[in-house]
Design a protein around this ligand. Structure first.
Ligand SMILES: [Zn+2]
Length: 293
């Protein structure tokens, strides 16, 4: 596994190239790497962002594994501009947790427990309180302008607000079969975000691999905020689970150990091992590059 620290050191070494500009933006103490290649020619302006949720490592790890090759590919951007954020939430990623600052999330949970213990007459549903904490500590619930963090602010102002299309990489985090291998859009049917999801599905080959489009509108998410700003945005949910009778490849089991299981409405689901989650990544990445060739 590539350490976040190593990646930051490596990205610090990037140089400014004339005509094709590669910028590095530090948006927080932890540092978030942003690779931006602008051809100065007309064309789509794409933002690919991965790893908002630190526990959904398949996308970031696949992109990080491209290493120096990623820069070489960005230098081949011939039309439009391509921005790649391989790991939007380095602290969460390093800790394997969903949250922006996992320590602060845990501190908030502790505080909440103490408050509940001190006020036994508290009538609010603990699940509602848990949900409130999620909204504070989940990067992909904080894109609404008022409570945007420093990283989100820098990404939005410099890159996303100028984009014509945004691809946001995730991994389906529940065993719900309807959530796996989906391209999400937050707008209305047949409008630009849905059209983008369908275009990616058809042109990348994901349609043949059984991927579907899905309407989804999580409050404060990048998808919703882009939709409101008129930017076509698609959320990729790499599959996290499959039916229990689909065996894991032997070589993957050797590398990652036996897979675990989850349950959805009484039906057992098998958790996909990392290479299985990443199976669609080359298709998605090739489609993105094809936009700028
Ligand atoms: Zn996610």
């Amino acid at each position: 596994m590539i350490k976040v620290q190593e990646v930051q050191e490596w990205s610090e070494g990037l140089t400014i190239v004339t005509r094709w500009r590669i910028d590095h933006v530090v948006g927080s103490a932890a540092g978030v790497e942003v690779l931006h290649a602008d051809s100065s020619m007309p064309g789509p302006r794409t933002v690919l962002i991965a790893g908002q949720h630190g526990d959904e490592a398949a996308g970031p790890l696949w992109l990080l594994a491209l290493g120096q090759q990623l820069v070489e590919l960005l230098l081949k951007v011939r039309v439009g501009a391509l921005t790649v954020v391989r790991c939007a939430n380095p602290e969460g990623f390093a800790a394997g947790r969903r949250w922006i600052k996992p320590d602060r999330y845990m501190a908030s949970v502790q505080l909440q427990r103490q408050r509940l213990a001190a006020n036994p007459e508290e009538t609010r549903d603990p699940r509602t309180l848990d949900n409130e904490l999620r909204l504070i500590h989940d990067m992909n619930r904080r894109w609404a302008a008022a409570d945007r963090g420093v990283v989100e602010m820098a990404l939005w102002d410099k890159f996303i607000s100028n984009a014509t299309q945004v691809v946001d990489l995730h991994v389906a985090d529940t065993p719900d079969p309807a959530e796996q291998a989906t391209l999400r859009y937050a707008g209305s049917y047949c409008a630009h975000a849905h059209a983008l999801a369908e275009t990616i599905r058809e042109q990348s080959g994901l349609a043949q691999a059984g991927w579907r489009t899905l309407w989804s509108r999580p409050v404060g998410s990048l998808l919703v905020v882009c939709e409101e700003a008129g930017i076509a945005a698609v959320g990729v949910e790499l599959p996290g689970y499959c039916p229990v009778d689909v065996p894991a490849p032997e070589w993957a089991v050797e590398l990652y150990g036996p897979p675990s299981h989850g349950e959805w409405q009484g039906v057992q689901q098998r958790k996909l091992l990392l290479p299985e989650q990443q199976r669609a990544m080359p298709k998605i990445w090739q489609w993105i590059l094809s936009q700028h060739a």
